[in-house]
Write a protein that binds this ligand. Structure first.
Ligand SMILES: Cc1cc2nc3c(=O)[nH]c(=O)nc-3n(C[C@H](O)[C@H](O)[C@H](O)COP(=O)(O)O)c2cc1C
Length: 544
């Protein structure tokens, strides 16, 4: 079929949209891709800039330490998921609809549309020419992510397409790619979490054949979003991308391998992965926040590079969180977990799933918000369901009440401090895989800790002035022109069940200046039998 313009944003139209909204820094001065580019963007995440003020970066004048320049090429960082808002714009949906859009797209994928010609094949380099310095992947302005520790430029936002030799179903996963030579790239497809590409590799190995692959750079944002999403094995991500777009994604056949790739991508690196030999890959700064040390991984011989004449590639800021890599996963995984617990496991009381992001990188701490009054056995089912849904996520799962803000770790610790008895409300499950983290010598297994930090009964109110008094005081505060407030939850008291009308009446009396009446009330109920700190419940104010 002839190529037709897509009807969804490609990376350049997405960048124009960000620019129009004031969400893009365009850097036109020369920037060294290997030493300056990622550290510059890193400051946005380690410099105390609030998420609402973060933007995407577009570098238009890229150079490197060896004096090379990359005319006609641009690199965008933070353009896919620099913030939740940027991600939502890439999806063309309001932020509040991200979760629903994912669930709808997964339930109703739309098959791709096959086209004969595509922007991603305007310039084609094939064969021996690729091995010549400056002609292969070394001609692309791929940055070094962690200068000082990484030992090569890396693809950090490449979608790796491969095909199941038994079913013919394609997979598209986002995996790190270590540039090794003009015509060679090493790639890490995780064995422990059964990355789709790694499953295919095992099948090609059993057949005694190399695995055809394509690494897609600068794909339309909503296509790239499907790469890191946790989709079932044998689910073709391109159909889910169609579901996100609400229309078929254009795909074109690769020039040297039997694979279909997104037509509006900017660069496609085609190749064959060796199934006989593995190649040392790394070190590389990983999203768990430590350096991944050198290890054996897959080695791809490049068979073609196809691209637009003038092109933009994306690079994802990863390593220590928060990062672009943690945002892209957080917004995708949280709705999946909620749907799993609420709809698949039918646990009605779960209202939200939140993954802790700063420094811990999402996978280790899961907070489950649970409605009040849900049977405690259901809380435990939710904890177990969350811990076992995917192999690498949910080392610590904590159930909390809805008044606890899961995005505020102080809140979660507050719940653990007062609503959880470690002896009765925690449970350790052995034999968890080690998951995504630094590779350490020793035990092969990690474990899971489940913590029920929900209130086990009624609690006294939170001890802050009632809302009406705080609101009145806020008006006063502003009249007095005191420093600007940024209210932190909780900023007023609220009931948690254990409170009486009688105490309410006493407090109201005190607020009206009649606290002496409350003194008379307690004088009338002196006790000769009570012990210190015995509760004094049910006392009435009998004064006429
Ligand atoms: C920035 C980024 C880099 C990633 N790098 C890798 C990687 O190198 N290897 C890997 O197996 N998974 C990596 N992941 C996670 C996978 O993309 C994720 O597990 C995805 O579900 C894999 O898709 P698959 O199930 O189709 O293999 C990365 C995710 C992100 C956001």
């Amino acid at each position: 079929m002839a190529y037709e313009p897509a009807g969804y944003d490609d990376i350049d139209s997405h960048l124009s949209k960000l620019d129009a909204l004031g969400l893009l820094y365009t850097v036109d001065r020369a920037i060294d891709k290997d030493t300056e580019l990622h550290p510059l963007v890193r400051w946005q995440y380690r410099g105390g800039i609030p998420e609402a003020d973060r933007k995407a970066f577009l570098f238009t004048n890229i150079v490197d330490g060896a004096g090379r320049s990359y005319p006609g090429a641009r690199v965008a960082v933070g353009a896919l998921a620099g913030t939740r808002r940027i991600y939502a714009l890439g999806m063309n949906k309001p932020e509040a609809d991200i979760g629903k859009t994912w669930l709808d797209a997964m339930a109703h994928p739309i098959a791709p549309r096959k086209v004969d010609q595509a922007p991603c094949q305007e310039v084609v380099t094939i064969g021996d020419a690729l091995a010549i310095a400056g002609n292969g992947v070394d001609a692309l302005p791929v940055p070094i992510s962690t200068p000082g520790y990484d030992t090569a430029p890396y693809f950090t936002a490449a979608l790796w397409v491969s095909c199941d030799p038994d079913t013919g179903i394609q997979n598209m996963g986002l995996y790190r790619g270590n540039l090794k030579a003009p015509d060679r790239v090493a790639v890490m497809m995780e064995r422990s979490t059964l990355a789709g590409g790694a499953v295919h590799w095992l099948k090609y190995k059993a057949l005694g054949k190399p695995m055809p692959v394509a690494a897609v750079l600068g794909a339309p944002p909503l296509v790239t979003f499907t790469g890191p999403q946790k989709l079932p094995l044998d689910c073709d991500e391109i159909g889910v991308a169609g579901g996100l777009a609400g229309r078929p994604i254009n795909v074109v056949k690769c020039r040297t391998v039997d694979l279909w790739v997104p037509a509006e991508a900017h660069v496609v690196v085609e190749g064959l992965i060796d199934t006989d030999k593995l190649e040392p890959e790394g070190p590389f700064g990983e999203s768990h926040g430590y350096m991944a040390l050198e290890e054996y991984n897959f080695s791809m011989k490049v068979t073609a590079i196809t691209r637009r004449r003038s092109y933009t590639i994306t690079s994802i800021l990863s390593q220590v969180t928060p990062s672009e890599s943690s945002v892209i996963k957080k917004v995708a995984y949280e709705p999946l977990y909620l749907a799993h617990l609420r709809d698949t496991l039918n646990i009605k009381g779960v209202t939200r799933v939140s993954m802790h992001e700063p420094l811990t990188n999402l996978r280790r701490f899961l907070f489950l918000s649970i409605a009040r009054g849900i049977p405690k056995t259901e809380v435990w089912r939710a904890l177990q369901g969350a811990a076992s849904f995917t192999p690498a996520i949910g080392k610590f799962c904590v159930a909390i009440d809805e008044d606890i803000d899961p995005e505020d770790t102080d809140h979660v610790l507050w719940a653990m401090a007062y609503r959880c008895n470690p002896r009765m409300d925690t449970h350790i499950i052995p034999n968890r895989g080690k998951g995504h983290g630094p590779v350490l010598e020793g035990s092969e297994f990690d474990a899971t800790m489940l913590i029920d930090a929900t209130a086990k009964g009624d609690y006294p109110p939170v001890a802050l002035p009632k809302r009406e008094y705080m609101e009145r005081a806020r008006v006063l505060w502003e009249e007095l022109k005191l420093p600007r407030l940024n209210p932190q939850s909780p900023w007023s008291g609220y009931s948690l069940g254990d409170w009486s009308e009688e105490w309410d009446a006493c407090a109201a009396r005190a607020a009206k200046g009649d606290w002496l009446a409350n003194g008379r009330r307690s004088a009338a109920h002196m006790s000769e039998t009570a012990q210190p700190q015995d509760p004094a419940r049910g006392i009435r104010f009998d004064e006429k």
